[in-house]
Design a binder for this molecule. Structure first.
Ligand code: GLU
Length: 370
């Protein structure tokens, strides 16, 4: 299958080959494959873990401590060693690299989403390979809740951000198995998963070896998010020789999750994923009916309640009075403004706020109705 734009994620266990330091040979092998695809004309963004491991390697005399601030210190110390290593390796392939440190918060905000997207697209156009990692120094979510906000989910968001055709999650296992392959010799690799449902999620839970931040569960979450955003996903072993090249050539390796739906729908699905939602608005029956049946925008008059301290440009969910989520969209007014204009006619907006961003709280064009 000819892929055009690829996001490849390298996990910590892979980059360290299970040791306590970065394995530069492994990194060089992975970089060589990325370089090959790059030279073939593919647009590539890498999501690389390994900052914390690199920090541990650098600050070897510091006693180990599992708490979040310490891991942030390690990430801070390690990120530049990680990038320095990539810089050296990629320069051998005459490829310029760039770095983007993101947090979930950065890209769930509409402005941040667009800025990050524009930057990554511009870098690709310049022929630069951008290497993304979570900004661990500020992203407490990732480090405290170890299995959420990890680089698996980050890479799915990056794939969504740049409309990638393919997301490859490279780890130290060969994909999703029918049982835990380390304890069950009969465990079989599942080559293709057409739909990620509860049974697949359950399987991931059972077969997960919790090492590093992720595990199979977060990979399945990431696959779900990416496939529903229109991206094909492969979970495979980065230890397998030429794995990226093989996957790009359409060879059967790892577990393949085909994209669901087309790209247009994917944008809507992204909003609906709820990851980016910053608040909720409860609207009255008439307003909900106008959204659902007359394809109208959400006006202040129909708003009963608002929660979430969101800013203008953020995505919010719209609920009916029974608590059902009916729509979501990009909000034209911040939380504090909506508190003041809710229930009012749109021609009162300027008077109530002293400014006016339009009659609609959520414009129809920026809304998805469920
Ligand atoms: N961002 C972390 C690091 O660079 C790793 C997160 C993960 O393993 O998912 O060390």
């Amino acid at each position: 299958m000819p892929y055009h734009r690829i996001v490849a994620k390298f996990g910590t266990n892979l980059l360290t080959a299970g040791t306590d330091h970065l394995d530069t040979e492994v990194m060089a092998r992975l970089a060589k494959q990325a370089a090959h695809l790059h030279h073939q004309g593919r647009e590539i963004v890498l999501v690389s873990s390994g900052a914390i491991a690199a920090g541990r390697q650098k600050l070897k005399k510091v006693p180990e401590n599992k708490n979040a601030p310490f891991r942030q210190v390690l990430a801070s110390a390690g990120q530049n060693l990680l990038m320095h290593t990539y810089e050296e390796i990629f320069s051998q392939h005459k490829i310029t690299i760039a770095q983007a440190l993101l947090t979930r918060t950065d890209i769930s905000n509409r402005c941040g989403y667009l800025n990050a997207r524009n930057t990554l697209l511009a870098l690709m156009e310049l022929g630069v390979i951008c290497i993304v990692n979570e900004n661990d120094v500020v992203a407490t979510d990732e480090i405290q809740k170890m299995r959420f906000g990890d680089n698996d989910n980050l890479s799915a968001m990056v794939a969504n951000l740049i409309d990638a055709d393919l997301l490859v999650l490279l780890t130290d296992v060969s994909g999703l198995y029918t049982a835990d392959p380390s304890s069950n010799p009969g465990a079989q690799l599942i080559h293709r998963v057409d739909k990620i449902d509860a049974s697949v999620e359950k399987l991931a839970g059972k077969t997960s070896r919790i090492q590093g931040t992720g595990g199979m569960i977060t990979k399945i979450q990431a696959a779900k998010l990416a496939t529903s955003s229109g991206t094909n996903v492969v979970i495979a072993s980065g230890e397998e020789p030429e794995i990226l090249v093989k996957i790009d050539a359409g060879e059967r390796s790892g577990t393949f999750f085909p994209a669901q739906g087309n790209k247009l729908e994917s944008k809507k699905r992204w909003m609906l994923s709820g990851l980016s939602s910053r608040g909720c608005i409860t609207a009255d029956k008439g307003a909900i009916l106008a959204l659902k049946e007359q394809h109208k925008s959400l006006l202040p008059a129909g708003i009963i309640e608002v929660k979430g301290h969101f800013q203008r440009g953020d995505i919010v969910d719209v609920f009916d009075q029974q608590g059902n989520r009916c729509a979501c969209g990009i909000c034209n007014y911040r939380f504090r403004d909506i508190v003041r204009i809710r229930g009012a006619h749109s021609d009162q907006i300027s008077k109530l706020l002293g400014h006016n961003y339009g009659n609609e709280v959520i414009h129809r064009n920026n809304m998805v109705v469920l």
